[in-house]
Design a protein around this ligand. Structure first.
Ligand SMILES: Cc1cc2nc3c(=O)[nH]c(=O)nc-3n(C[C@H](O)[C@H](O)[C@H](O)COP(=O)(O)OP(=O)(O)OC[C@H]3O[C@@H](n4cnc5c(N)ncnc54)[C@H](O)[C@@H]3O)c2cc1C
Length: 612
């Protein structure tokens, strides 16, 4: 029987929210009722009633949504499938079925005990199948066996047509194949309510897995060393980690604040035959980190512990005697490891982001991460950046067409997580995490006049055709390091070619050695003199692009950021942090560098391209 919980019910305050305590944002934003359904039929009936009453339904299974897709639903209804949680088989030999309310820990236990099978799903016991499987959830076995959604062969789903009729569909390769593809990775509440996942087959449950932890001491991690460690990690996944014999290796590098003293790399390994007898792949991986002197930590809760050959047999290189670069490997029953992650703790306020990487880290990226976690920012203290291994079986190209997960050439997946206790911390944490993310991934951008001039034009007010059009490059390579770019220099370089309405790109190649924006790098950047700034304005240039730090000014300028502010005051747009200007081999070409339509924003990232 469906259980209805409305605002007067003592359970309402607990059930109105999921795991992220940020949502609902306020009492008024909460749904008016929660309908807890135990079966497909109950769910269909509940959905019919909600739609007939003109209410907005949102769907919940395990309640572990990162963002605001469920709980903020003013006057609406949450259809909750957490009581719809069986794991079984359709008949004796039919497909395996997982109901959406089953939590991952129970899915693992049931599949193992009943069928000796598993699912390559996530590590948190209490995450629900409904959101996780339909959204392309992944975990320790995913490099070996792909994503959860890769195994779906059918779903039972309730959709609503344009007339408000609830349609019950059994979707598979022969029935609504497009909808099946959509539910294999993009199913989270986007197309309907999934009441059952069906799998024709599932991977065999592994017998045992090997685990190891490497703990790095922040005190020994100067920026250079951190960069080397991070690139060693990324290089492995970009190179050796693509070889099929390594697909059983899964790692989680958790970068945490320097103030905590250390950060860790968790490693798990299982051979394709479900054993951990031959540990050479794991050893090879671990040994790459010996130079970074990991501290010895016994692998978490080991049952059968055996020393890695790299402790027993390794000769400590001269000069490193006394340094602790050991690790210990524990081989444990796979089921213990799989469900060992336990619960997810009490709901707390959190912000999450994800990003996929196709290549290893650049020094600039490593430097940005290093500086964030060595800063005093409150968000740095309350956050963790998990850099997970990805790829392997996930990256089988045919899956791009059969599923709706597009990131099939990524080698790492980053999970940005940040937690704080109460609403007063919302703004600062959201802003600082956003800024960290933007610092890592954006370089080229445009600044609208408001960036420098209070009340100036904002990004969304600028016409798009400004960002598509004729451009010329001024070759100023002789201005490194830190020399003045004068009106005479510009006249000499592009004076003959420049036309009113042009975009002018200043080329020094300084961005080709960008190191994350160190003080030295900024100091070495050339600067536009006052007469060069006025030259740009007088020539009617509409955008000035830089491949160097644009904040330096002629010594004795009347105010800070004189050149970019003066350009802004005259309506000239600045486009800093351009790269690869050395590849433009024509004096005149078309520049395209479109900003995002960010409302009330003073700047936007761009993807700048030159049509030659
Ligand atoms: C502590 C924690 C640990 C995590 N660990 C991992 C991990 O190891 N690996 C990983 O890949 N991810 C992980 N995640 C992310 C998690 O997989 C997703 O947030 C997932 O969507 C949660 O599913 P849910 O059913 O628990 O959440 P819900 O909040 O119930 O739902 C999430 C989304 O799916 C939709 N949805 C839920 N049920 C259905 C349904 N039956 N039909 C259609 N749409 C539905 C909801 O409307 C919502 O949009 C973790 C999240 C948390 C909070």
């Amino acid at each position: 029987m469906t259980v209805g919980v409305n605002r007067n019910d003592p359970r309402f305050d607990t059930l109105k929210r999921g795991h992220n305590a940020r949502f609902p944002s306020s009492d008024a934003d909460a749904a008016d009722r929660i309908l807890l359904c135990s079966s497909h039929d109950e769910t269909a009936q509940a959905l019919r009633k909600v739609v007939a009453a003109g209410l907005r339904p949102t769907v919940r299974s395990g309640g572990h949504c990162y963002e605001d897709f469920v709980s903020n639903n003013p006057h609406g209804a949450i259809i909750d499938l957490s009581l719809c949680n069986t794991v079984d088989r359709d008949g004796e030999n039919g497909p395996y079925r997982v109901a959406p309310g089953a939590v991952l820990g129970d899915v693992y236990l049931e599949l193992y005990k009943r069928y000796d099978l598993t699912l390559p799903a996530g590590s948190c016991y209490m995450v629900g199948a409904g959101g996780h499987i339909s959204g392309g959830g992944y975990g320790f076995l995913s490099r070996l066996h792909g994503l959860t959604s890769d195994w779906i062969t059918g779903v039972d789903i309730l959709t609503v047509d344009s007339k408000g009729n609830v349609i019950e569909r059994r979707v598979d390769k022969d029935h609504d194949p497009d909808l099946l593809r959509a539910c294999r990775g993009a199913g989270n509440g986007n197309f309907g309510i999934i009441t059952s996942f069906r799998f024709d087959k599932l991977p065999p449950a592994p017998r045992e897995v090997a685990q190891a932890n490497l703990i790095f001491d922040w005190a020994t991690m100067m920026e250079d060393r951190f960069t080397q460690m991070l690139t060693t990690y990324g290089d492995y996944w970009e190179g050796r980690g693509k070889d099929p014999d390594t697909w059983g290796l899964f790692t989680l590098l958790d970068i945490t604040p320097a103030k905590r003293g250390h950060f860790g790399l968790y490693i798990q390994y299982c051979q394709p035959d479900g054993t951990a007898k031959d540990l050479s792949v794991l050893e090879e991986f671990l040994n790459r980190f010996a130079a970074f002197q990991p501290m010895l930590l016994q692998a978490h809760g080991s049952l059968i512990s055996r020393q890695g050959p790299s402790i027993a047999g390794r000769k400590i290189p001269k000069g490193q005697e006394g340094l602790n670069n050991a690790h210990e490997i524990a081989v444990r029953p796979a089921l213990d490891v799989t469900i060992g992650g336990g619960g997810s703790g009490s709901p707390t306020r959190g912000k999450y982001k994800s990003s996929y990487m196709k290549r290893s880290f650049t020094p600039a990226e490593a430097s940005t991460i290093y500086r964030f976690y060595n800063s005093d920012q409150i968000t740095a203290q309350n956050s963790v950046l998990s850099v997970d291994s990805y790829g392997g079986a996930i990256n089988r190209p045919e899956l791009t067409h059969q599923t709706s997960i597009a990131q099939r050439s990524s080698i790492m997946k980053l999970q940005w997580q940040c937690y704080w206790p109460d609403a007063s911390g919302d703004q600062i944490h959201l802003e600082q995490l956003d800024k960290f993310y933007t610092d890592l991934y954006t370089g080229s951008h445009v600044d609208a006049p408001e960036h420098n001039v209070r009340g100036g034009t904002q990004i969304h007010q600028l016409p798009l055709d400004l960002f598509i059009g004729d451009a010329v490059v001024a070759d100023l390579r002789d201005k490194l390091p830190a020399k003045a770019i004068t009106a005479k220099d510009l006249e000499k370089s592009v004076g003959k070619d420049i036309r009113k309405g042009d975009r002018l790109l200043l080329r020094t190649d300084h961005n080709n050695t960008y190191d994350g924006g160190s003080e030295k790098w900024m100091k070495d950047s050339p600067y536009l003199t006052i007469d060069a700034t006025m030259w740009c304005i007088e020539k009617g240039i509409v955008i000035v692009g830089y491949d160097f730090y644009h904040g330096n000014d002629e010594p004795g300028s009347p105010r800070v950021f004189h050149n970019s502010r003066t350009l802004s005051e005259h309506g000239v747009i600045t486009m800093p942090y351009l790269k690869n200007l050395d590849r433009i081999d024509k004096q005149r070409f078309t520049l395209i560098g479109l900003p995002l339509k960010l409302i009330d924003a003073e700047a936007s990232p761009i993807r700048a391209v030159a049509l030659l």
